[in-house]
Design a protein around this ligand. Sequence first.
Ligand code: F6P
Length: 550
Amino acid sequence: MTSINKSSSWKALNSHFKKMKSIHMRDLFIKENNRFNKYHIQYEDFLVDFSKNRITDETLNLLTNLAKEAKLEDWRDRLFSGDKINFTENRSALHIALRNKSQKAILLDGKDIMPNVKKVLRQMKIFSNDIRSGKFKGYTGKKIKSVINIGIGGSDLGPAMICEALKSYGAKDITPYFVSNVDGADIAQTLELCDPETTLFIVASKTFTTQETMTNAYSARTWLLKHLKDRQSIKNHFVAISTNGAAVDKFGIDKENMFEFWDWVGGRYSLWSAIGLSISIFIGMDNFEKLLNGAHDIDNHFKDAPLNKNIPVILALIGVWYINFFKFNTHAILPYDQGLSLFPSYLQQADMESNGKFIDRNGNKIKYHSGPILWGESGTNGQHAFYQLIHQGTEVVPSDFIMPIHSHYSIGNNGNEHHKILIANCIAQTQSLMMGKTNKEARKELKNQNLDENMIKILTPHKTFEGNRPSTSILFDKLTPKSLGRLIAIYEHKIFTQGIIWNINSFDQWGVEYGKQIAKLVLPKLIEPNETSGFDSSTNNLINYTKKNI
Ligand code: F6P
């Protein structure tokens, strides 16, 4: 395949960009008073308003052509049919099978994988019910009250984000904790909050070799045995989720307490697998199933909706438009829901580990930008932190505003005062970012404040906003397991779509593996007594300085 930036649709987009770069969205809204009608997609309770973007019909047509030229539809079929599209690891990327609620078989190497998926779901259901009901007890016969998930990356971020998001569905007598950092503070501070007799550890690791996770798991085991003084207690307090049965066995976790998953589940797509056990324990298996249902709905939508009515595809294409043509290299995720406070960091892994790549599928260095720097924070907190830059900075930051219409919490006047204020802020931000405030408007406003002419002159440029700052609003009824499943799957498929357009493998992560490899070289150097040489002078000196002062 020739490089996508040499394709006819890319070239057409380049010429179109020359026209579009100076057009203000204000003018587009004046010209097309039905702009919202044209540029939104309603999918059941999900409303995606992408009208506040620097696009026209022509832009969308050209972007859709680009997706076609990149053979998005073929690749989408290959994803769903279990082709080994993660070719650098010779693996399929079949997370869609984990939430396949149809009765259809999904074949991998000619064998239906659904029976195994369902078997593990049943195992999760029994175990989650037993923990919640108190049937499964700690070693001394007490009910489990604390569930500590020990994992990192995909074995942590998804479950942690979801347990936070769906707190209002959580069991009141179970507290989920997430320990990921190898910094001892993480596990030590968590253990301080827990009683060994009522604590369950979930060691969540696809490989069961990850340094951070295994170090934390061994420290947890030491802590447990110090208090319960019997190796038999491990059976009542440790479960493992992994693809590596031998390593789980070596750690001392009973086969019965192991939940399997498979190499065709990428780490950052694993929350739908047994890696979601902390979720199913906390919110119950029925709710976990609803999360899967939500994702399955979006799998169908992504598969079946025409490209120009397809939510993940539209989000992806608008992203490509900004990254590759406007050269806006960052993207903000701004959820107006406290429950989604971890959503930006969850998405950082999903997006940046997937599309942070400069080598294409043919092994060539790409000559265009790929994955954006993703960042964000829940609203309204972000407004009082970094929104200044989004409004008036020299960087333009396309932003996603994510907002449920109803809150789980009835508080304030009429029971919805807080939520109304939250919504007002969210909508107001998208409006002001798009419209801006002209010099003339700023001047008029200052004049109305009866300021003297000199002051007006000084203040006017500071109170002027260029506007034309793009945003997409994603609204849905309420943050429920189902809507959260949908939201996550929308982004997963958006990321996939962008990876296809950029012709990169979104399912490996060799950069992360490289970091792990070097850490393994540095650690023994920190331990050995003699002076370290052999690295560059900075690294040698950092190691030696640390050794001297440790
Ligand atoms: O961050 C790199 C990574 O390989 C992720 O893809 C994965 O989610 C994480 O490490 C943890 O890996 P494991 O589940 O094998 O411990």
